[in-house]
Design a protein around this ligand. Structure first.
Ligand code: SF4
Length: 279
């Protein structure tokens, strides 16, 4: 059974959204082959180029509104903790319109995965700057260049209490799959900032190529080390750009009990079993 719908795909040729879609597809195929139930996965998207992924993936999905993907995903996870909830968001979507929802989902350690398609531009509306656009970026709304410093989403998520924080890159496909799989299997709030190429309005391929490197998850349990790694690159400088799981900790999630008195144990048992089979 395919994971890709027959909907006409309108992403531009070369767009990094394809890489995220196919990495996610590979991860879901792998997890279903390992025993997780396809019908228990739910995909939520916001508004923006990324959001079309809800139309293009053949699975349970919810095409929500601008910036509210994390809120909708959190509601789904809370209503039925047996589900594995994945929220795809854009950088303008998650870090501007929806920033408060993202911060509170991290603070609550809601059991869900947020994947930010961080192309560092509003692509759907033809090239305006977002909170992660670099200083000096010239877009439709900033012809003289952005004069603000970008926010650093990894630092922000660490400070907000996220228990899984990672960064990946759309031109490192195998690494992207590994990171997304780890994020989906993490129990609690997982956050992945995916540096995504926007082929039309912000193609940073030549900028990223000499700077990205893989951390291999070293010191991922050390919060201070994670914060140092998060601050190594400020989304504007020429510093090296760490990719991988930079922080992971085990902390209680789902602070609210279910109405029926149950809990997320069923899904957790399923994940534990899969993890044990892999060891
Ligand atoms: Fe992808 Fe950019 Fe085209 Fe949007 S505008 S589909 S992000 S390449």
């Amino acid at each position: 059974m395919t994971w890709i719908t027959g909907a006409q795909n309108t992403w531009c040729p070369g767009c990094g959204n394809f890489a995220i879609q196919h990495a996610l597809k590979a991860v879901l195929e792998d997890l279903v082959a390992g025993g997780m139930r396809r019908e228990n996965f739910v995909l939520v998207s916001g508004i923006g180029c990324h959001a079309k992924i809800a139309d293009y993936m053949a699975m349970n999905s919810f095409y929500s509104i601008h910036g509210r993907g994390a809120a909708v995903a959190g509601g789904i996870a809370l209503a039925n903790p047996d589900l594995t909830v994945i929220s795809c968001a854009g950088d303008g979507d998650a870090y501007a319109e929806g920033l408060d929802h993202l911060v509170f989902a991290a603070k609550r350690n809601t059991d869900m995965t947020v994947i930010v398609h961080d192309n560092r531009v509003y692509g759907l509306t033809t090239g305006q700057y977002t909170p992660t656009s670099y200083e000096g970026f010239r877009g439709r709304s900033t012809p003289d260049g952005v004069r603000e410093r970008p926010i650093n989403p990894l630092e922000l998520m660490l400070a907000s209490g996220a228990t899984f924080v990672a960064r990946a890159y759309t031109r490192k496909m195998e690494h992207l799959k590994t990171v997304l799989k780890a994020a989906v299997l993490h129990r609690g709030f997982s956050f992945v900032d995916v540096l995504q190429i926007c082929a039309t309005y912000n193609n940073l391929t030549d900028y990223y190529a000499p700077r990205v490197y893989e951390t291999e998850g070293r010191d991922a349990g050390d919060f201070e080390a994670a914060m140092r790694l998060a601050r190594e690159w400020d989304y504007s400088s020429d510093a090296p750009i760490a990719l991988g799981v930079i922080y992971e900790s085990d902390a209680p999630s789902d602070p609210w009990p279910r109405m029926d008195g149950g809990g997320p144990e069923k899904r957790r048992e399923e994940i534990r079993r899969i993890l044990q089979e892999k060891i």
